[in-house]
Design a protein around this ligand. Structure first.
Ligand SMILES: CC(=O)SCCNC(=O)CCNC(=O)[C@H](O)C(C)(C)COP(=O)(O)OP(=O)(O)OC[C@H]1O[C@@H](n2cnc3c(N)ncnc32)[C@H](O)[C@@H]1OP(=O)(O)O
Length: 419
């Protein structure tokens, strides 16, 4: 929780917790920091409702709001399937009139102190620019795959049972319950996924005409077996025609499936909608199954992008909350200038059943900073790869291979949606 203590920032502005009746002014500052184009009334109302005022801060120059930062209370899946309370850092903006004077730094300082004070071991965010948050100890923990599939050329080889999956169109709002049921059942299976709090399901239905860029309103198809939902896809169709005929685009917004047949049925459908020749999707899992079903992966236009940045606010609690896919017993020498309570040597002992992490005076096996721990935490970035970049140092021969193997995840971590 934000404390009610105001603080003077280095440039003389005042930082304090947000009050509910300041929200409009605060939010306008945020919107302007992102260019100033207002979103729909529906979207603004939803973000107002979802803003956790207790976890939001503003920086003020007199009556003018010049800095904003918030945090959503999420539960994030970590390797092993535990859900860990996480501050989902969001709505960060500084007025261009006050940039590069330390306003962001003062907000990050206050926010991480608050996150620690509230007993949450993790903070996580998506960054508007990758260069911003490393200095505050955030490391890239998940990647997403942007795809542009030439559906006129790419075919899907589907597994047995696919034809037993029934697909039906439904109005997105009517199908929300079925979609959320499927989503909820996928959360524990993949690190990086977020257990949604009430209200968040409506973010997936935002569908302002001004954001469609010529595409249809949101459409939804539910996959069922024996009358039970086993998957869904939400998408738009953008009709286009060229000299050779129909060349429309399927804009995939969101899809989940509970088993291989449901997954294949949905992707076969998405890749074969009449009058379309392309499918685009943003931020899909890097190891999603359809990549192993397509006839020509080179025509799928794959591009990898950084997605979720993770910050270990409490190193011991965070490392102890996940499991390790191979036994590990290493002493980590952690450098953390921004959250100095994490600094020093920690013995991590764990395996596939659980782990503990405690302070130790023993000699260190690996030296790294909190940022590297954030990158490696969900199992998507190998400690070995960070060592190859000179960002992790091996102090005991063999410790790097041991820890790198243990930290890995059998499923690529993935952020299911922005926030
Ligand atoms: C989780 C989210 O909400 S992500 C959204 C972030 N918001 C935006 O991108 C909106 C537009 N940008 C902004 O509002 C601001 O420029 C911010 C928030 C990115 C930075 O705020 P500022 O108050 O200018 O940052 P501050 O002065 O504290 O800078 C701290 C350090 O970060 C560096 N930094 C700040 N922004 C950037 C950037 N975009 N790229 C690279 N470095 C940056 C500064 O140079 C400074 O470095 P130094 O300590 O070596 O001198």
């Amino acid at each position: 929780m934000a404390t009610d203590v105001t603080a003077q920032t280095p440039d003389g502005t005042v930082l304090r917790p947000l009050e509910r009746d300041e929200w409009d002014k605060w939010y306008d500052t945020l919107v302007r920091a992102f260019g100033g184009t207002p979103e729909s009334a529906e979207e603004r109302a939803l973000w107002r409702e979802l803003t956790e005022v207790d976890h939001s801060i503003g920086v003020w120059d007199g009556d003018d709001c010049v800095g904003t930062a918030g945090a959503f209370s999420f539960r994030l899946t970590v390797p092993g399937g535990a859900l860990v309370d996480t501050a989902g850092v969001t709505m960060v903006g500084v007025a261009a009139t006050h940039r590069r004077r330390g306003v962001l730094t003062s907000m990050m300082r206050r926010q991480l102190d608050d996150v620690r004070g509230s007993g949450r071991a993790l903070a996580a965010l998506t960054a508007s620019e990758p260069a911003i948050y490393g200095r505050f100890g955030y490391g890239v923990a998940t990647h997403g795959l942007n795809v542009e599939i030439d559906t006129a050329r790419v075919r899907l080889a589907v597994p047995p049972g696919t034809d037993a999956v029934r697909l039906r169109y439904a109005a997105p709002a009517d199908a929300l319950g079925a979609c959320e049921e499927v989503y909820a059942r996928t959360v524990a299976g993949r690190p990086g996924m977020i257990a949604r709090r009430p209200g968040w399901e409506r973010v997936a239905l935002l569908d302002a005409e001004s954001d469609r860029e010529g595409a249809s309103p949101l459409q939804c198809v539910v996959a069922e077996r024996d009358g039970r939902p086993v998957g869904y896809a939400r998408f738009q169709v953008k009709p286009e025609w060229d000299t050779a005929g129909p060349a429309g685009t399927v804009v995939l917004r969101d899809t989940q499936a509970l088993d291989p047949a449901a997954h294949a049925a949905l992707w076969r459908f998405l890749l074969s909608i009449d009058l379309t020749a392309k499918l685009t999707a943003y931020g899909r899992p890097t190891d999603e199954a359809w990549r192993h079903l397509v006839s020509d992966v080179r025509r799928c236009g794959l591009r990898v992008r950084d997605a979720l940045y993770v910050r270990l606010v409490d190193v011991a609690a965070a490392l102890g909350a996940r499991t390790y896919q191979a036994p590990v017993d290493v002493v980590l020498d952690v450098e953390d200038a921004f959250c100095p309570w994490n600094e020093g040597r920690w013995r991590l002992s764990g395996d596939a059943k659980g782990a503990s992490c405690e302070r130790t005076a023993d000699a260190a096996d690996l030296a790294l900073s909190a940022r590297e721990l954030g990158s490696a935490y969900l199992g998507g970035t190998a400690l070995g790869a960070l060592a190859a970049a000179g960002r992790v140092r091996e102090l005991r021969p063999g410790a790097l291979a041991e820890a790198s193997t243990a930290f890995a995840s059998p499923v690529a971590p993935w952020l299911p949606h922005g926030f």
